[in-house]
Every structure is written in C-alpha cells, then in structure tokens.
Design a protein around this ligand. Sequence first.
Ligand SMILES: Cc1cc2nc3c(=O)[nH]c(=O)nc-3n(C[C@H](O)[C@H](O)[C@H](O)COP(=O)(O)OP(=O)(O)OC[C@H]3O[C@@H](n4cnc5c(N)ncnc54)[C@H](O)[C@@H]3O)c2cc1C
Length: 281
Amino acid sequence: MYDKSVPFDAKVKWTKKETRDTFTCALKINNRDIQKAYRFLPGQFNMLYVPGIGEAPISISSSPLDHDLMHTVRVAGDVTTALSNLRAGDMIGMRGPFGRGWPLEEAEDLDLLIVAGGLGIAPLRSVARHVLKTHAAKKRDAHQRRMLLYGAKTPKDIVFRDEFPRYRDIFEVFLTVDRADPEEYWRGEAGLVTKLFDRITFDPRCTLVFVCGPEIMMQNSGRELILRGVPEERIFLSMERNMNCGIGMCGHCFFGPKFVCKDGPVFRFSEIEGLMGIKEL
Ligand SMILES: Cc1cc2nc3c(=O)[nH]c(=O)nc-3n(C[C@H](O)[C@H](O)[C@H](O)COP(=O)(O)OP(=O)(O)OC[C@H]3O[C@@H](n4cnc5c(N)ncnc54)[C@H](O)[C@@H]3O)c2cc1C
C-alpha cells in the first residue's frame, strides 16, 4: 500500500481538447510500486496537484480497464487553468483514488439508465467505457437495456462527442442541448436533459439510474424519476463540494452529516434527498 495523503508523481502522457474550455489528459504514475497498487472504481476521483499552484479534486474519466488513466477538466480557476497548460512529458502530483464510486455490482441484473448534464458526463464516461468493455468480454447480457441521456448547453459544449457512436453499440443514446444557434448544425433535441425522459420507455421497477450534473439538474432528475416510479434506492447521484484533504479530515466538504470526499461523491438518492432540499414530490 501507499500513503494516500502524500502526493506522488504522475507524468502527462497526452492531452486532448474536448471543447472550448474542457480537455482530457492521460497520466502515468511514475513509481512502479504505486502504479501496481493503484486501483480505482468508476466514480472515484483523484486530487491533482500542480506544484506552486494548488490541488483540485478531479473525477477519473477512464474505465479501470482502459490502458490510460484519464481525467477530464473544465477550466474554472487557478488549478484547472494550470492543468490546462500541461503538455505531454510534464509532471504533476496526484493523490488517490478517493471516495465511493458508482455501484456497478447493482447493475448486474438491472437495466441501466445514465443521465448526465454538462461535465457531469466525466465520471459517467468511466461507467460507459467500463460497461462497453465488460460487455465485449461477457457477451451474455444482451437482454439488459442501457440508456444514456446527455445534455449540454450548446452543440459546441458536448464533451466526448466523437465517442457517442461507439456507445450506441450497447446504449440507447439521446443527446440534447439547451440551445442551438441557427448557424450551428444540430439535428438532435433541444431542451433540458430531463425532457429526454419523455423520449424513452423503461421499466422503473428494474432500472438502476446514475445521475451527474449541476445540482439543480440532479434535483429535477431525481424528482422526475421518482414520479415515474423508480425506487429512491435505485437512483444514485454524484455530488460536488469544495474539498481540501479528500480523506474526511478537513471538513471542507461537509454535506449535512456526511463528507462528500469519503461518504460520496456517489450517494444513493434516499441517503441525501433531505439534504438536497427536495421536500415535496
Ligand atoms: C468529487 C469531485 C469531482 C470533481 N470532478 C471534476 C472533474 O472531473 N472535472 C472538473 O473539471 N472538475 C471537477 N470537479 C470540480 C473541480 O474540483 C473544481 O472546478 C476545481 O477544484 C476548481 O479549482 P480551481 O483552482 O481551478 O478554481 P477555484 O478558483 O478554486 O474555483 C473557481 C470557481 O469554482 C468554484 N468551485 C471550486 N471547486 C468547486 C466544487 N468542488 N464545486 C463547486 N464549485 C467549485 C469556486 O467557488 C470558484 O467560484 C470535481 C469536484 C469534486 C468535489
């Protein structure tokens, strides 16, 4: 094992611009022992540390079965700007993985509905890639339905745009944008991601739902899903809070009685519904 409270070196293998303000980078852990011991689950995050600037929690956007360890970052402030300036060969610090991931084991016998808004697709891309890879390996779960709903602000803000055709091999994929300028070519839906619930028919009694996006989008998705009959226990949300330590020590990410860093970031809806201000359905 290694000490997760101490950053270790990670080298940037490559970077890729996804949208005007978002990019993906692949990291390689330098130390061979840590590299061997490092294991993560879809939905977990790392603390990425840029020397002299600071540290930020960033979800892992690749699957544990991917060759590369990827993070997808939107420029927000100092740390994410510094991360966006990294090039192949640069070195940063990393700690992790931290937190509770998506309960993929619960998806074994259920249909899976993924609902993502904006950059909320990053930790869910880890799930989508993982399902794609394990499906290819198993080839025995053809009866299960998988649906992926994704909403972005405009067509230009769609992250991982070039990957959706591959997801269509096993997911029913629906994309929407809040608005498309007339000069932009867009054949898909327009409107909020929750509008896509009307585009799919699914059996709420046997569907597991993973949701990640802006908090208001997750509140509305939770409400809509419950109205459609999905049990609260089958809905999972990934929460974001400012955090420092990542290990439940500093108290920055308190969410009611819970810590987002170690009790989450993925929570069962029934655990946090009261904390999200959803009183009446
Ligand atoms: C578990 C977890 C996973 C995350 N995964 C990703 C990811 O995959 N990709 C990504 O781009 N970002 C992710 N974030 C958000 C990311 O950590 C912040 O954008 C980053 O810390 C901002 O740091 P900064 O120094 O660039 O900007 P700062 O100057 O620290 O912040 C810029 C602005 O963003 C706000 N902000 C900072 N952190 C958060 C936060 N956690 N929640 C809400 N607002 C915040 C600040 O209040 C400020 O207004 C995640 C956050 C958490 C808690």
